[in-house]
Design a protein around this ligand. Structure first.
Ligand SMILES: Nc1ncnc2c1ncn2[C@@H]1O[C@H](COP(=O)(O)OP(=O)(O)O)[C@@H](O)[C@H]1O
Ligand SMILES: [Mg+2]
Length: 304
């Protein structure tokens, strides 16, 4: 299964959430490849706490591979390379988690040619033979990363592979409108995808939203005063209406993550040891477990 993580805006929680989903899938026994296609900001190494690779690899990453500068992408076994001791000790029933990093000093592509698309096809087809789940973290917005992967997945070599598109957005007015625009707007995912040869309904059926850092407006922790609590609850209801009106309603949602204090200060995986040490919230870990479960559950992907 190919999973493409995208968002209209940067800073939506796309990478942090995708890494945590990949990690939870690995814990539940899946072999997972995590491919960094956020060419302008290839920071997946930092999320997995690989200090030698905080800003991408110097050994040839996804960016130089797509340009044809080398024939393969550097691969990093996360359990071996991470500095986090607890992450090295995944249980015997866990799968493997392997990072295919971006290039240190890489940059966003300005154009996309057929050769890049073909190399992308080859990379994803090869990875899918080895990894049942391949998570590809794309650059934000209507990027070349989105164009390359939309074109690649429309070609016959990848057409028979299962592809899922996850659109990440924060739980605010602007983010809801932006996420809807990325999918339904001009030059958006559906319009471009159809132009490149996708079936529009099929593409729409393979797409779900992930709401990140959603405040719990029913919790006394969210508001300090009664008037504030009432206002926050009203806003939450208004956001729900806005999401539904913009076709991001609950039936199209894969799941949501709560606001996590750890992630407000530091981008990282939320391990069970963080929860057991009472540092991270259990609700956050549970949200990632549930997102991972829903992602690979066929029932999630039945036609809306
Ligand atoms: N559930 C959450 N609660 C609080 N902060 C979060 C949550 N998820 C992500 N973040 C934070 O939001 C910021 C942006 O996340 P990131 O994954 O880098 O976004 P993107 O990849 O979309 O640019 C990071 O500082 C991250 O730690
Ligand atoms: Mg990111």
């Amino acid at each position: 299964m190919l999973v493409f993580s995208t968002s209209d805006k940067g800073g939506t929680g796309r990478s942090v959430t995708s890494c945590n989903i990949a990690y939870r899938l690995c814990l539940s026994g899946h072999n997972v490849a995590y491919v960094d296609f956020d060419f302008g900001s290839p920071t997946a190494g930092a999320l997995f706490e690989i200090s030698a690779m905080e800003r991408g690899t110097s050994l040839g990453g996804t960016h130089s591979y797509l340009l044809g500068e080398q024939g393969t992408v550097d691969r990093v076994d996360i359990g071996t390379a991470t500095d986090r001791t607890e992450l090295k000790r995944v249980g015997p029933r866990s799968g493997r988690l392997v990072l295919f990093p971006g290039d240190e000093g890489g940059a966003e592509f300005l154009t996309c040619d057929d050769e890049m698309v073909q190399r992308c096809v080859e990379l994803l087809a090869t990875l899918e033979q080895e990894f049942p789940v391949v998570v590809v973290d794309l650059s934000a917005g209507r990027s070349i990363a989105l164009e390359i992967t939309l074109k690649a997945t429309a070609l016959p070599q990848l057409r028979r592979h299962t592809a899922r598109w996850l659109i990440f957005h924060r739980w605010t007015r602007q983010h809801i409108l932006a996420a809807s625009g990325l999918v339904y707007g001009q030059n958006g995912l559906l319009q471009s995808g159809t132009l490149y040869g996708h079936d529009q309904d099929e593409l729409l059926g393979s797409l779900r939203y992930v709401r990140t850092a959603v405040p719990d407006t029913n919790s006394h922790l969210s508001a300090q005063r009664a008037a504030q609590a009432a206002w926050l609850q009203e806003q939450d209801a208004a956001l729900r209406r806005l999401a539904t009106a913009n076709r991001l309603g609950t039936t199209a949602v894969l799941g949501a993550t709560p606001i996590e204090p750890v992630l407000q200060c530091r981008e990282q995986l939320i391990l069970d040891s963080d929860v057991n040490a009472h540092i991270a919230n259990n609700e956050t870990a549970q949200a990632y477990i549930e997102l991972a479960r829903s992602l690979v559950d066929n029932a999630t992907w039945e036609r809306l």
